[in-house]
Design a protein around this ligand. Structure first.
Ligand code: FES
Ligand code: FES
Length: 160
């Protein structure tokens, strides 16, 4: 199959690869570039484990062709920590025991990040709605919701 060049920014670093036409962004990130933080669960758009942020929008990398991402700004959970410090969402997930097997966690955190970037003080209903595309088999969701609300509170206290 023909290979096509793809070039984008991943967590602030320029990436350039040749991928087979039709390669998903999930496959390109994990198997070509080595960022394994987006997870492959269903590979058909129903679990949210592969969620990444592309140009500020939450996107499913299993349904996104890598070749459509030329020039994009892509963010994954692998790029959230700064200066050795966990992102407030990562810290809150740890503190709330919102991670068990951890498979859903990167996608949950990406979905939560898009929410908090747009809505710094979400209600519980806002959080539930924002995470509605992400499936967790382990936690029962409540610790995840609480973690996002805690991170939102921490953000607004830091901003005050
Ligand atoms: S792996 Fe993409 S939505 Fe499940
Ligand atoms: S922590 Fe296991 S699927 Fe969510």
């Amino acid at each position: 199959m023909a290979k096509v060049p793809v070039q984008f920014t991943l967590n602030g670093s320029e990436k350039a690869e040749f991928v087979e036409s039709g390669t998903t962004l999930l496959h390109a990130l994990r198997d070509k570039i080595g960022d394994t933080s987006p997870k492959g669960g269903c590979h058909q758009g129903t679990c949210g484990a592969c969620s990444v942020i592309i140009d500020g929008e939450l996107r499913l990398s299993c349904l996104t062709l890598a070749e459509t991402c030329n020039g994009a700004d892509i963010k994954t959970t692998a790029g959230l920590a700064e200066g050795g410090m966990l992102h407030p969402l990562q810290r809150a997930f740890l503190d709330a025991f919102a991670t068990q097997c951890g498979f859903c966690t990167p996608g949950m955190i990406m979905a939560a990040k898009v929410l908090l970037d747009r809505m710094p003080n979400p209600s519980r209903e806002d959080v539930v709605e924002a995470l509605s595309g992400n499936v967790c088999r382990c936690t029962g969701y409540e610790p995840i919701i609480q973690a996002v609300l805690t991170a939102a509170r921490a953000n607004s206290q830091n901003a005050a």
